[in-house]
Ligand binder design. Structure first.
Ligand code: AMP
Length: 120
């Protein structure tokens, strides 16, 4: 069996607080929410990150994510989608996931410790 924790959520071996599910995707609450609304959206099929996901899967994922936003009531107030990719992207779980944040005015802070103006 796969060691991937999100594959285990897909198979039901690890419980999750599901928001929406169809034959291809699942959305569930993040265990450690960073905003009043913090949902993870994943394809059931295992892909390491955004860099490996086929365009066809992304195409189908778009309306699913939009439906999650509507279900969470943030489609009008606005929300943020983030997918972390690899080490520098800060990805901790190696099964592509989109973080959907909302429910409050989100901050947009510095993303690095160094001053970006000094990098170039
Ligand atoms: P990332 O750093 O982009 O890979 O994000 C991984 C996210 O998965 C983090 O926000 C974790 O809180 C979340 N997470 C890890 N395990 C679980 C789990 N079993 N159920 C829900 N969220 C999880």
């Amino acid at each position: 069996m796969s060691n991937c924790i999100f594959c285990k959520i897909v198979s039901g071996d690890i419980p999750s607080d599901k928001v929406l599910e169809n034959d291809k995707f699942i959305a569930f609450h993040d265990l450690n929410p960073k905003a009043p609304v913090h949902i993870l959206v994943i394809p059931k099929e295992h892909f390491q990150s955004f860099h490996e996901i086929p365009a066809e899967t992304m195409k189908n994922m778009t309306p699913f994510i939009q439906e999650v936003a509507i279900k969470m009531g943030v489609e009008k107030s606005g929300y943020r989608l983030i997918t972390n990719i690899g080490e520098n992207g800060g990805q901790e779980v190696g099964h592509i996931h989109f973080h959907l944040f909302g429910g409050t005015k989100l901050k947009w802070e510095h993303l690095t410790d160094s001053d970006p103006k000094n990098l170039f």
